[in-house]
Design a protein around this ligand. Structure first.
Ligand code: T46
Length: 142
């Protein structure tokens, strides 16, 4: 799986810490969108989809949460709990976010604007998509 953890350089001094993120430096793509989730209700899981093209960096800038990743062959779970650590998630990866602490703020830097057509929200469609190299074969063609 081509996900990876990227450690950002904190610029710390006697006042505290500061992390700066720039496109094509710490972030390996042009940043077109930033969103974040907070006040996630206890026990809730989010995500349950993959993206056809979108690349993202997930940073839990406060609190903690876990991310399940699945490329159709391998599954893994990653804990995010450091504001200087980003999880790079490429396209074609099924993701689920869960185990949010009550104070968790999960910030996401995204390579594209919001586009519902880029989502694959059905797990069977996802498996078909990755196993057919990006084509969802219509049932009529099988
Ligand atoms: C992802 C994971 C990590 C927008 O209007 N604009 C946006 O940029 C986003 C991300 C969402 N929305 C709206 C669409 C829905 O009405 O916000 C609502 C919640 O979105 P969604 O149910 O897709 O949220 P998650 O937490 O399941 O997934 C999100 C991202 O959508 C997704 O790209 O990879 O976080």
């Amino acid at each position: 799986m081509n996900d990876r953890i990227i450690l950002f350089q904190p610029h710390g001094d006697e006042r505290g810490q500061l992390v700066a993120l720039e496109e094509f430096k710490e972030i390996p793509f042009r940043i077109k969108r930033v969103y974040y989730m907070y006040d996630t209700v206890k026990g809730v899981s989010r995500g349950f989809h993959a993206h056809k093209s979108l690349q993202q960096i997930l940073v839990c800038i406060h609190g903690s949460c876990k991310i399940k990743l699945d490329d159709g062959k391998e599954k893994k779970s990653i804990s995010l709990n450091k504001p200087y650590e980003g999880l790079y998630v490429p396209n074609d990866i099924w993701r689920e976010m869960y185990d949010f602490s009550p104070d968790a703020v999960l910030m996401v830097l995204a390579s594209e604007l919001y586009d519902e057509d880029d989502y694959i929200r059905n797990y069977d469609d996802f498996l078909e998509y990755v196993n057919n190299h990006g084509n969802i074969v219509s049932k009529d063609e099988v």
